[in-house]
Design a protein. Structure first.
Length: 719
């Protein structure tokens, strides 16, 4: 029996070693939160750094929204061990001092270790329980002191500029405050919580948008929400081994219910068993997929892996990873010197979800096989389906779900973007906003992700199908409704819908039949019919207009729309039929038309960049433009401006910019693997001089494992 055990272990070992990523280490200490390293798991993220001989941690749990819809950090933890040990900083480091300090992110099991000559500190987050563990191991008995630090110990006035962190943005009332937390200190624990008052930005938004009569039926995640937690393990004894535990809870209810939730979590902690299952989860996470490059492309795959780790830290959340920093924002003055605000600050809000940005965080998770990470984003929209359908019914008297581009976590348009100075008689269902008016097709990308989750990973998507169908129904009913406001017929002479007024992203406004919307409607409908219903949607599919083309300088290309009134931003929606909709590209008859669009459309060329949410690297890969894809993806995935390489930004948003990382991931994946009607294309846009090994996911539950070295495919396994 013993021999058989070791035989099996040896068989498994090579695969495990191949899949596990390398540790990431600093041997020089940082000096502020911008020089922090991320650590997390489940739905908790920490920024960890050293300062004045102490270890500091910002702690953030997904879903900790205050009354203004700021995503709050739980606070800052400070750990002091033994006598002051001044960690060597970059400016002080000399060759003789090297290796006296190390800070290592052990990606393989999700832990972090900070070591110096006298002791080491290990941090890890339970992926199945909202619990952070801090373990100190010393060469001799030492005192270890842990402190909870808060900047919310008083009612903090929130000025207009700082209000970018919440849903009010530039419309914040003069007396707006973040209410103080309650902090209770005892000998053996510290308890701290933020309790939302009875009135929140939800109530303001419902009244602003004329839905007061519907308020009791609308989803409200801010009502009676209590967040933060309890820190245990304080002792005055000198010990060789110390253990501290931070338990978090988000509860919509009373303080007693919140405390009971904390108590139940604490009673359920089994240190050794919890550590084991957490390490097993991370090991399985890295077995799902990987990309490993060496030589000149090594930095790209390393940063891809580091960013994927950051996404994995929110795997089990009820809330999606926020595009504008996720769980790992740090002191804002290091992002923008004019933003000297609290650590809770991030631009573009904490409870506001901008769909064009969110989608780029989630598209790469299909190909990486991280289907469990997708669920929080799918559930986000499913929870809000009744609210989206209420908007359609109340404002226009028809069916279907109307989801706007900048949407609050309770399902209504962001109140600042909705417009606080609206003209009398203006359509109450429409945002009075030059960028966002008529932009409600971005939810269709999440509908497509839902359908592909079944195609790729066999996910049971039955509960999401009403969401997909309702989103399609909205376009069918709403644009017939609008047509009848203009004239006698609700379809054009060819029996097609007239998508007007429409919006091709935030760029081509008051558009007539925008190509990005038409590609979305056609792709989602066809995928829905293939997976679910081959009969019921035929009529709707026939009513979707064809994607418009145009001739520029003698070259046929995809048009942004049949017509538009103005250009308002710098996106290239004429390439959305390439990505995300995959209707044009390699292996298709329309490749030349798509390449013409990329290479010669004057707006596409003018808007081209690798910054932030820009998608040019993805389009280049999808069109087989290898040199262009490699250049732009290398710019995307090169180390960011902060010490941790995958802290990009601020781009157009904030740091760490997660849609910057998402576009980098998608671009690298698309250079390695594409599909056309289920047929797999290996290395469709990969430079011959770049060595790589990878395992990625494809439709039909298949995985593709390839080793490419010295210009040759050494191994290819599709199973």
């Amino acid at each position: 029996m013993t021999r058989r055990f070791f035989y099996v272990l040896l068989l498994l070992l090579p695969l495990s070693l191949w899949a596990q990523p390398e540790d990431y280490t600093w041997d020089v200490a940082g000096s502020n939160s911008a020089e922090s390293m991320p650590c997390g798991g489940g739905d908790i993220g920490m920024n960890v750094w050293t300062e004045d001989g102490d270890i500091l941690m910002y702690v953030c749990r997904s879903g900790s929204f205050d009354e203004n819809n700021t995503l709050l950090k739980a606070g800052r933890i400070r750990l002091h061990v033994g006598e002051p040990y001044v960690y060597n900083t970059a400016s002080e480091n000399t060759p003789s001092e090297k290796h006296t300090y190390s800070q290592t992110l052990h990606l393989s099991d999700g832990t972090m270790t900070l070591s110096c000559p006298t002791h080491s500190v290990t941090l890890w987050v339970d992926v199945w329980k909202p619990v952070i563990h801090v373990e100190v191991n010393a060469t001799k008995a030492v005192h270890a002191q842990i402190f909870y630090e808060s900047w919310r110990d008083y009612d903090h006035p929130v000025g207009r500029q700082e209000a970018q962190q919440c849903s009010y943005k530039w419309t914040a009332p003069k007396d707006l405050v973040t209410h103080a937390d309650t902090i209770i200190r005892r000998d053996d624990f510290i308890e701290f919580y933020h309790q939302n008052p009875p009135a929140t930005v939800f109530d303001y938004t419902v009244m602003q948008q004329g839905l007061l009569s519907e308020a009791s039926h609308l989803y409200n995640p801010l009502k009676d929400l209590i967040s933060c937690g309890r820190l245990r393990g304080m002792t005055s004894k000198a010990l060789r081994h110390h253990h501290f535990q931070l338990t978090l809870a988000n509860v919509q209810g009373s303080r007693e219910e919140w405390r009971k939730t904390l108590d139940a979590t604490e009673r359920n902690v089994r240190l050794k068993a919890d550590r084991l299952v957490t390490r097993q989860w991370w090991a399985a996470f890295w077995q799902r997929s990987w990309i490993r490059c060496d030589g000149e492309a090594a930095e790209l795959s390393r940063n891809y892996t580091l960013f994927r780790y950051m996404l994995g830290c929110n795997a089990h959340s009820a809330w999606p990873t926020k595009f504008n920093g996720g769980l790992f924002t740090f002191d804002p003055r290091y992002v923008d010197s004019q933003s000297d605000f609290s650590p809770d600050y991030r631009r573009w809000g904490g409870g506001t979800h901008t769909a064009q940005n969110q989608r780029l965080v989630y598209w790469p998770l299909l190909v990486s096989g991280d289907y469990d990470l997708l669920q929080s984003q799918f559930d986000f929209y499913l929870r809000l389906l009744p609210t989206a359908e209420t908007r359609s019914r109340v404002y226009w008297g028809h069916g279907g779900a109307c989801f706007t581009e900048q949407i609050e976590n309770f399902g209504l348009p962001n109140p600042a973007e909705y417009g606080s100075k609206r003209p009398d008689g203006f359509d109450p269902g429409l945002e009075y906003n030059a960028w966002l008016e008529y932009e409600w097709d971005t939810v269709l990308e999440f509908c497509q992700m839902i359908l592909l989750s079944k195609t790729y990973g066999g996910m049971d998507i039955s509960k999401y199908l009403p969401l997909v169908r309702s989103c399609l129904q909205f376009f069918d009913e709403h644009y017939r409704y609008l047509a009848l406001q203009r004239g006698r017929k609700n379809l054009d002479e060819d029996g097609h819908l007239v998508i007007y007024p429409g919006s091709a992203c935030e760029t081509y406004k008051m558009a007539y039949n925008p190509s990005s919307t038409l590609a979305a409607l056609r792709t989602v409908t066809e995928t829905y019919m293939h997976e679910v219903d081959t009969i019921g949607m035929i009529g709707f599919l026939q009513r979707i207009p064809p994607i418009p083309h145009r001739i520029v300088d003698g070259k046929e290309m995809i048009a942004p729309a049949m017509a538009w009134e103005r250009i308002n931003n710098e996106e290239s929606p004429q390439l959305y039929p390439v990505f995300p909709w995959r209707l044009y590209g390699l292996g298709r008859d329309n490749l030349e038309i798509a390449r013409n669009t990329y290479l010669y459309d004057p707006d596409v060329v003018r808007f081209r960049s690798s910054k932030g949410w820009k998608q040019d690297n993805i389009w280049a890969a999808c069109l087989g433009l290898t040199e262009e894809a490699a250049r732009l993806t290398a710019e995307k995935l090169k180390s960011g401006p902060y010490r941790f390489p995958a802290f990009w930004g601020p781009g157009f948003d904030w740091s760490p910019d997660h849609n910057w990382g998402g576009t980098g991931m998608i671009g690298l994946q698309s250079m390695l693997l594409q599909e056309v009607d289920g047929e797999i294309i290996i290395l469709p846009a990969w430079p011959k001089s770049w060595n790589v090994s990878f395992k990625l996911h494809a439709s039909g539950g298949r995985t593709v494992e390839v080793e490419y070295r010295d210009g040759e495919v050494k191994k290819k396994i599709i199973q």
